[in-house]
Design a protein around this ligand. Structure first.
Ligand code: R5P
Length: 284
């Protein structure tokens, strides 16, 4: 078995190879003069683990090329972050189901898929292959423990994220709750935890994705107004569109952490070992 990865997922690919104790495929990337991607890998093995987050159009194309180059070997696609997964249904007439389009394109040359905290695991059906979604609750539990937060309250930004918050909280027997949003007027909303008061507490808001950070900014201001001692944010996929990080700091978030599904300076914990375990379990 060997591991390879797209350019933007190289650190994670090498961590997964290290955890599996296997080599990385030699992989060379460049571009044609007109900007089209080119890559060359080798020498191939019987089994290949292909690691690539769909972060943007370039990483998507590179992933398609990498899968094609891996040819007939037994290919496992590790899709740490699947962009386009949030357009998982036709919300308006004439729209594509983008998640289906991406899954069908990527699923063609692989034998199985491993995703991480995908927006909705129902999307995996579009691969038409054995597919598994990993929830990095244990990694986040370990990361938060090492951060020495005093008896944190793990808070989901909405009820939909409650299962994720609960899984993390159960790692160390922490309290958990979710935020309820009440519209007070056309412009004004109030957000507060459903059950637990935040006064004097260290609050950790956990979410699958931080993109614009819009919800978090509002939530953080409200939590500070309700007396929270500190507010931290942990996500799996840190997209951080322009200005998000500054907006979150200005709103009063002390620390913002993400995993290495999207590699950046905010990647403070890794999902590599979970992925390696899932690959080993599938091979047993
Ligand atoms: C929503 O369904 C997701 O779980 C995230 O809460 C959302 O994508 C975060 O987006 P933003 O950072 O733009 O508020």
């Amino acid at each position: 078995m060997k591991v390879t990865g797209t350019q933007k997922s190289q650190i994670l690919a090498s961590r997964i190879a290290y955890s599996l104790d296997v080599d990385l495929l030699s992989t060379r990337y460049s571009r044609f003069p007109d900007g089209e991607h080119y890559l060359q890998i080798g020498p191939l093995d019987d089994q290949t683990v292909i690691v690539g987050s769909v972060i943007d159009s370039d990483s998507f194309v590179q992933l398609l090329l990498l899968i094609d180059a891996c040819g007939d070997s037994e290919n496992t696609l590790v899709l740490p972050y699947m962009g386009y997964a949030r357009q998982d249904k036709q919300f308006k007439e004439g729209e594509p189901v983008s998640a289906r389009a991406v899954a069908m394109a990527l699923g063609r040359g692989v034998d199985r898929v491993i995703s991480v905290q995908i927006h909705d695991s129902g999307v995996l059906v579009h691969f038409g292959l054995p597919a598994e979604n990993l929830t990095p609750a244990s990694e986040i539990g370990t990361f938060l423990s090492s951060s020495d937060y005093a008896d944190p309250l793990i808070l989901a930004p909405d009820e939909g994220a409650l299962a994720f918050a609960s899984a993390i909280a159960h790692e160390r027997d922490w309290d958990h709750d979710f935020l309820v949003k009440t519209r007070i007027s056309g412009e004004e909303v109030r957000m507060e935890p459903k059950k637990l008061p935040v006064s004097s507490r260290t609050v950790v808001i956990v979410d699958d994705i931080i993109s614009t950070g819009g919800t978090l900014v509002t939530a953080t201001r409200m939590l500070h107004a309700q007396g929270a001692a500190e507010v931290h944010a942990v996500c799996v996929h840190g997209i951080f569109t322009g200005g998000t990080y500054t907006a979150l700091l200005n709103a009063g978030i002390t620390n913002i952490s993400a995993s290495d599904t999207i590699e950046s300076a905010h990647s403070q914990y890794s999902i590599a070992q979970s992925v390696a375990r899932a690959i080993e379990n599938a091979d047993d």
